[in-house]
Write a protein that binds this ligand. Structure first.
Ligand SMILES: Nc1ncnc2c1ncn2[C@@H]1O[C@H](COP(=O)(O)OP(=O)(O)OP(=O)(O)O)[C@@H](O)[C@H]1O
Ligand SMILES: [Mg+2]
Length: 373
């Protein structure tokens, strides 16, 4: 406020948001120079807190005060499939989407009393449009998501039980330079066999994901970077935490009564996918993208590993027989699954050229589903 007042500007006229120093130098100054010159954007200098980049590179944990919200920024880096920006409408809708998803969980007995997934809500957001670039027909999509911020709840002890702690799902693939795997160490500390420990992992992770999918037609993208595993004091997995709702929550394009009364703007913002593609989020994100590698670092055969995963899905299905139609609609046990090939997007389809729409992951051929019998 002192900086603004000193320049003769009224603080009440401004919205406040964090910007990454690299983003400031590389995108904001070059592309918003006129706004900076006119005082419509005013740099205030460095904030007082230190931040550490998370695995997605563009979300930051507050190291100075770890209980403060994580900050997600449109760094405009091309990472994996897409330019990592914050599209205006979806970003602005983040708090509404969060409220809707938390509402589903809180009014559902199984989710709120039993599975108890931790959902790290995106509780506040802001975006700034670039008026000139937005008026250019066919402008590459990365120019429509340049400046903004999302504030996300951190995972703190408040959301965990007294004996619980958490790690990202991705951490489970870590193998140290001596060849010792983290997961091997956790299994040995738990006192369980590898198979028992895996059964506890999938029992912590799958029921909430299956329930959101089968009961509500809603999927998260539970890959290693978005999913967090909660453990008890003996390193036994107890629960699932997930983040990244607004970018990565998708709902069924097949009409379901549970989705009929989605409030605005949630209904227009969330991406809709056909049922078989909705299954891809669990198949590709979790099974192909993570479990396929987890089996390599666990002391288990492929057959043992996948039969434990299959058994957990079947146990869920026995528990909720009234959802039988949904088990067929969202068929996780299908014989073959489509192969998503992000490399094809880069090598063959999209390359590095600019395009007006965010690309969709390329589907190419199918692979046998290890969960089918
Ligand atoms: N183990 C991992 N699994 C998946 N993605 C990973 C992993 N480690 C790093 N990444 C990176 O994390 C990002 C995952 O994409 P996703 O859309 O889930 O996240 P985001 O929206 O960019 O950020 P955030 O998850 O912080 O909200 C990609 O940029 C990917 O390259
Ligand atoms: Mg993510």
């Amino acid at each position: 406020m002192a900086v603004l007042t000193k320049r003769g500007l009224d603080p009440a006229d401004y919205l406040w948001l964090p910007v990454h120093p690299w983003q400031w130098d590389d995108t904001i100054l070059p592309l918003f120079a006129a706004d900076v010159a006119a005082g419509r954007i005013v740099p205030l200098g460095d904030g007082p807190d230190d931040f550490r980049a998370q695995q997605s590179i563009r979300t930051f944990s507050n190291v100075t005060s770890p209980s403060r919200h994580h900050v997600k920024l449109p760094l405009s880096v091309l990472n994996t499939l897409v330019w990592r920006g914050l599209p205006t409408e979806r970003t602005v809708a983040a708090p509404a989407v969060t409220e809707w998803v938390l509402g589903l969980r809180d009014q559902d007995e199984f989710l709120s009393d039993e599975a108890r997934p931790v959902l790290l809500g995106e509780v506040a957001s802001v975006t700034v449009r670039h008026d000139l670039l937005e008026s250019v027909p066919g402008v590459p999509y990365q120019y429509l998501e340049l400046l903004g911020a999302i504030w996300r709840q951190p995972l703190t002890t408040e959301q965990l039980d007294a004996d619980e702690h958490a790690r990202t799902l991705a951490a489970l693939l870590y193998v140290d330079p001596e060849g010792r795997s983290l997961v091997g160490e956790l299994v040995s500390r738990s006192g369980l066999t590898s198979k028992e420990w895996l059964a506890r992992l999938v029992h912590a992770m799958l029921p909430p994901l299956l329930h959101f999918l089968y009961r509500y037609g809603v999927v998260f993208s539970p890959h290693g970077e978005n999913a967090i595993v909660v453990f008890d004091e003996h390193e036994v997995p107890t629960r699932l935490a997930v983040k990244d709702f607004v970018d990565d929550v998708n709902v069924s394009a097949a009409p379901l009564p549970e989705l009929a009364d989605m409030p605005a703007p949630v209904d227009t913002i969330l991406l809709q996918e056909q049922p078989d593609f909705l299954c891809q989020f669990i198949h590709s994100g979790l099974f192909v993208g993570h479990f396929r590698y987890l089996v390599e670092v666990m002391d288990l055969s492929q057959d043992d590993f996948w039969s434990v995963v299959r058994a957990e899905i079947l146990a869920y299905q026995r528990r909720f027989p009234e959802l039988a139609e949904r088990f067929a609609l969202f068929d996780l046990l299908t014989d073959r699954i489509e192969r998503l090939c992000l490399n094809r997007n880069r090598l063959l389809l999209d390359g590095y050229r600019d395009r007006p729409e965010r690309p969709h992951a390329a589907v190419h051929g199918t692979v046998p589903n290890p969960l089918a019998r």
